[in-house]
Design a protein around this ligand. Structure first.
Ligand SMILES: Nc1nc2c(ncn2[C@@H]2O[C@H](COP(=O)(O)OP(=O)(O)OP(=O)(O)O)[C@@H](O)[C@H]2O)c(=O)[nH]1
Ligand SMILES: [Mg+2]
Length: 441
């Protein structure tokens, strides 16, 4: 028998109103015990709440949502009390006295999932909506919470179940004249179509993940080029130490920016050179690793000292950017690699930085804003779609020679898609997803 849980659903701390939510079979009895009787379903009622000893806890607005028309699909009660810590404490004690227990993180959402109120991708969308700090994160989370991803994965899964039925039919009732060409003809094209959809879905430059988790930029270059000065300018604060001693920065210093509605993590790194000691060598190693893994590299060059060369440019990829810094001291007209943008700037006078920022914002919108409403937003999704795709490619290659093995591969793909939406029940996946929620959700 499920127990009945409660939690503060509104934010912690003092506030005008605090909302305590209760879910489970004892929600009704507990509500009636505190308020005298049950209010009408889904209609707000103002009542006095009394503890077992008859003392007044607070006057509160109450909502009663009998199952199944509630967030969790169970009986749910909401107490809108005055938002003071002592009120919340007294109400919590009264609920515990009624046999209720405090909820674990994500427990309400998990119950909603268990009762079919939402699939796993929708639950993840809800968690992302609560965490959303930018408008693009909010929009993406809302679309996902509305089922945009779940229905796509569900459609794929349904199509695969049909194809599997065709393959299994062929194995169980082989028609001598028909096999194997007949099967390839019937199951091949739908599998090809699905593979194409999955490839297109995956070829999104990690857009959804970047919107959710942030776009990363590594600022790299020779010692003293002005990388730390630039990071401080972008962050509008003294995040990194600036000095005229080459080799000042050793660790990676990351600042979080919000640009064009997107979260951007910009990393200051150690100046690249033959290091003079082990600590600096480690700094350079980290700088190179970060340059490798970042979504964009920003190469900083001190034009008063160096002329950009092949070696410096070798780390850049199309879509990256070069900042020709210290134009207050010298000017330079250097050709940069194909597909790489370049801006003459002076971090000291801020000249040229507006043009760079305008370019960066445009790039973010082009790369991360997009036509597709709900891109995959987590590494978990990518991994499972990749797994499904690999199985289907295998299935296609086995279809005419070993239909039973092809069937097993299609089954694997169905299972991967089921894991995405939570249609196949995998406790540890659920534990992982819901443990990331906050308490009260
Ligand atoms: N004249 C001039 N000086 C600058 C400019 N940008 C940075 N500097 C100076 O250049 C020196 C080095 O700047 P940093 O920002 O510490 O350089 P860095 O690339 O982080 O250097 P490392 O951490 O050693 O790799 C400092 O004295 C800065 O004040 C600029 O646009 N013009
Ligand atoms: Mg530095």
């Amino acid at each position: 028998m499920t127990d009945t849980i409660f939690a503060l659903a509104s934010g912690a701390g003092r506030a005008g109103v605090a909302i305590v939510r209760v879910s489970g079979p004892d929600a009704g009895p507990a509500l009636a015990a505190l308020a005298g009787s049950l209010p009408e379903p889904r209609r707000a009622a103002l009542r006095s709440l009394n503890a077992r000893d008859g003392s007044l806890i607070d006057r509160a607005l109450l909502l009663w949502f009998p199952a199944p028309q509630s967030f969790t699909g169970e009986d749910v009660a909401e107490f809108h009390v005055h938002g003071g810590p002592a009120v919340i404490e007294a109400l919590s004690e009264a609920l515990i006295a009624e046999g209720l227990r405090p909820a674990e993180p994500g427990e309400f959402s998990r119950r909603a999932f268990a009762h079919g109120q939402m699939d796993l991708t929708e639950a993840e969308g809800l968690a992302d909506l609560i965490d959303a700090e930018t408008q693009t994160q909010r929009q993406q989370a809302l679309a996902q919470m509305g089922g945009a991803l779940g229905s796509l994965y569900g459609e794929w899964r349904d199509a695969l179940i049909d194809t599997l039925a065709a393959i299994e039919g062929e194995i169980d009732f082989p028609d001598e004249d028909d096999v194997p060409e007949g099967l390839s003809e019937r199951a091949g094209p739908p599998l090809e179509t699905l593979c194409a959809s999955m490839r297109a879905h995956l070829a999104d430059n990690h857009r959804g993940e970047r919107v959710r988790d942030g776009f990363t930029i590594a600022v790299i270059g020779a010692p003293n080029a002005g990388k730390s000065s630039f990071i401080n300018y972008m962050a509008q604060r003294d995040a990194a130490i600036v000095s005229d001693i080459p080799g000042t920065t050793r660790d990676i210093i990351e600042v979080r920016l919000i640009r064009a509605g997107f979260v951007v993590y910009m990393a200051d790194t150690a100046g690249l050179r033959e290091a003079s000691d082990v600590i600096e060598a480690e700094g350079v190693r980290r700088a190179l690793a970060r340059a490798e893994s970042a979504d964009m590299r920003c190469l900083m060059i001190d034009v008063s000292r160096e002329t950009p060369d092949e070696a410096a440019f070798a780390m850049l990829r199309p879509g990256d950017v070069v900042l020709l810094n210290k134009t207050d001291l010298a000017s330079v007209d250097a050709p940069v690699p194909e597909g790489v943008a370049a801006f003459p700037v002076s971090v000291k006078t801020a000249s040229g930085l507006d043009a760079f920022n305008a370019w960066l914002d445009r790039e973010l919108v082009t790369r991360l804003g997009g036509a597709e409403a709900a891109p995959l937003s987590r590494a978990r999704h990518r991994e499972l779609v990749q797994r499904a795709l690999a199985s289907l490619e295998e299935a296609l290659s086995l279809l005419s020679s070993r239909p039973e093995l092809a069937g097993a591969e299609v089954n694997r793909a169905i299972r991967a898609l089921g894991e995405l939406t939570g249609a196949v029940d995998i406790e540890d996946v659920l534990d992982r997803v819901f443990s990331q929620f906050c308490i009260g959700k």
